[in-house]
Design a protein around this ligand. Sequence first.
Ligand code: PHE
Ligand code: CO
Length: 285
Amino acid sequence: MTGETQHGLRGDYSRMRPDYTVDQDWEACTPAQHDLWRRLYARQAALIPDYACDEFRDALAALDFGGGIPRFDAINRKLRPATQWELVAVPGLVPDLVFFDHLAHRRFPVTVWLREPEEFDYIVEPDVFHDFFGHVPMLFNPVFASYMQAYGKGGIKAHALGAIEMLARLYWYTVEFGLIDTPKGLRTYGAGILSSGGEINYCIESPEPNRIGFDLLRIMRTLYKIDTFQETYFVIRDFEQLFEATAPDFTGYYQMLKGAEPYRASAVLATDRVYHRGIATARRA
Ligand code: PHE
Ligand code: CO
């Protein structure tokens, strides 16, 4: 299930279709891989009640894919009627435009290969566990599912405008590492956190990182770290806020941001709404 290619990405890109999709080839998964999946799943599932948002928790419980690497087509039979999304199998990371085009058509690309046992705690490139466990439950939420499609359409536009970098920051700080303010306290809906054994409690409980109220332009101006826990998390009120704040045409935003120096991942600005122990306070009243 793994292999190396000239571009240095893991995964077998030799048998894909023009849209980068492949067959999942579930039958090729070994008992050892199913066992590794069960162990990854058991560890993460135990953390979900305390740290994930209810939308994620409920979808995960209804799906019940802890027994082994899931068959994508079995999940599609539940996902299509729920939000008209479907999963497509891919060899690994795909080019930006290919990714955006899938999202714009409500297709979520899921990597087919699984990490090695020695990568239990940390993996650089997304594997099937990250893609599936982290992303798929949220695709059952209608508002979040619409946001993901809008993001894909926005990506195609951002590509044409040379603004991918700014839009990628939005994906990072929402879809991958987003927090949400709930009556039970801060919770996460971000796939990068939800599939991580260590960051899931860190992002909620550690006194170290900044937690800042969602601010679209601020996020698109903020750098991020890919090899450590995040220094800053952005907190949404609800998924409607995410959908509505991103509905306007970004063309003017990109123009404004292009001349602006990006903020460091650790920056806290006077205008930020900072959360202290889960409570938001404006630094300047
Ligand atoms: N509204 C954005 C645009 O016009 C597209 C977008 C939607 C981007 C949702 C991200 C998320 O470019
Ligand atoms: Co991801």
